[in-house]
Design a protein around this ligand. Sequence first.
Ligand code: THU
Length: 131
Amino acid sequence: MLDTQNLIHAADQARQKAYAPYSGFRVGAALLCRDGTVFTGCNIENASYPVSNCAERTALFTAVSEGYREFEALAVVSDSGDFTPPCGVCRQALSEFCGSDFIILMCSGSLSYRQTTLGTLLPFAFSLQLM
Ligand code: THU
């Protein structure tokens, strides 16, 4: 059961653990599993910039590495005063495990958010079923 405020709060807490000395842009994500478990993640940058990892994939990979593969929703909070959408790479990463109805809460600060779905943000996701 999705408790939006709880998920956004968890993402905001994760944002405070971000390691972002190069961009100065901290991002936190909270991923709700179908059984109610929540995994969080932050962005983790690297002196070799492309090695950096986004908050959303940190949360997703943590969850999968703990044996979770069924997800319901994701909240994303950043330092921006605007609603924060997941980047294209993270959308594709999510599409490996999440269907088009997967809920994404793009937050502005820790209070307001826009709710959308993975299908809206990533129509025509690449899948091996296409091969
Ligand atoms: N970032 C995320 O963590 N998630 C996104 O969806 C977009 C960007 C991070 C990557 C980098 O550490 C910083 O934000 C600036 O791009």
